[in-house]
Design a binder for this molecule. Sequence first.
Ligand code: PLP
Length: 470
Amino acid sequence: MATEGELRAARAVAAVVSARGAGWAATAVERPPMADHAETAGWDQTLVIDGWRNSRGASNLAFNEQVKHLQRCGRQIAHFAFGQSPFPIPELAVAALRQHAGEHAYLPVAGLPELRRAICDFHLRHDHIQLDADYMLVGPGSKELLYLTMSVFNGDLILVAPAWTTYEPQSRLAGKVATVIQTGSETHFKVTSDHLETLFKSRRMLPHRMMVLTNPGNPTGLQYTEQELRDLSETCRRHRVIVLSDEIYARLTFDSTHVSMAKVYPEGTILTSGFSKWLSAGGWRMGYAHYPAALAPLLSAVRSAASNTYSCAPAPQQRALAAALQPKHAHQLDTYIGTCCRLLRAVGDYCARQLHAVGVKGYPSQGAFYFMPDFEVCRGALAARGITTGDQMVGAILQEADVALMASSCFLMSETDLSTRFCFVCLDGAAALAALDAGESLDDAFVERHCAQLVAGVRRLCAWVLANSA
Ligand SMILES: Cc1ncc(COP(=O)(O)O)c(C=O)c1O
């Protein structure tokens, strides 16, 4: 049996490895005691595979250490760097999980057939797309399925920056060197056919190519229109690009106008999603991936990788979700989604407007928990203080305003870009939902009343901007 010290060391190492991908804000990072033993025993970084000798995450880890340290010192940090649902899981899903807590048997690798069918029905209702339960894999979070898909794929991987923190580390872990397309504000940080054409003109690519698309985006909170997706799909068809379409935030688009890439490019889209965001069940670890029939070799390789790694997604959660997704609950779940979206939109708009008023630009969020304010207005004053990178800037904001934001470099953007990811979810979601249910109107006064910690953080941030702009 492991001693307490060994367990502590193992946990610390796991925290270091997961810190960048899992959102560093969620993870306590300590120097692993194991490393000391390793050094004295003569082991070094050559123990670790090439692409995984963790150096790139260091600045984020150091920043996270700072956040944790300040919190331990009693400082009230507004944690705008932490992106998880603030809402409680709907009671009908919790009750179903309670009922199935005794499930102990392994389930099929691909997931319970009735759950896979229920997921297909769910997408038919919301996205008007016809998925096939036989081409669906349910796994312990879509993150795992994204990773396994990248791992078994034999070809070039294309990422779109700003990109979610996890894709690039996953691609390295999968033994790949991803090609990154940089997008900018002129395309609302979305990839276009022009980006792809330029890439294919400038580089010889392997015969198989896969592009990871995040819609709506993390960190941008912006969504693709149907026309934009259609344009992209034509280019993808022409260049035989498979799209790994991460639509985990689809149900949290504020005006319910999400269009799935699988609708416009069914033959070339792998759709991933899950229950972590719209159902607020991140800790349940339940996600899924759907593969088009034409990509059956990939599906069966991922299924095989799944069977040799995690075996199956947790049985109680699968049974509970199969029950929760029954048509008789659809109205209740849709109402829950609608209310969460109304609240997220009000809070996101509030934050964007306050920052805009002091000169911080950025597109207001259209969905998810995020938007990307750009602190360019501070560049001159910060340069005079010797602050020239996003990392340095978020460090200063943390120290001087007690506000934690993630710097652009975490999303594969330039180190000198002063855009950040702002997560507007540090609020008591249960209390806010209860207030809405009680009939309170959803205006700025509501946000100021029910999201006091978030509002205080925004005010400190605005004051910091005013003090640090010309
Ligand atoms: C863009 C994006 N994709 C995927 C995931 C992973 O979700 P899951 O909980 O299904 O693994 C997240 C979670 O933060 C995310 O932000």
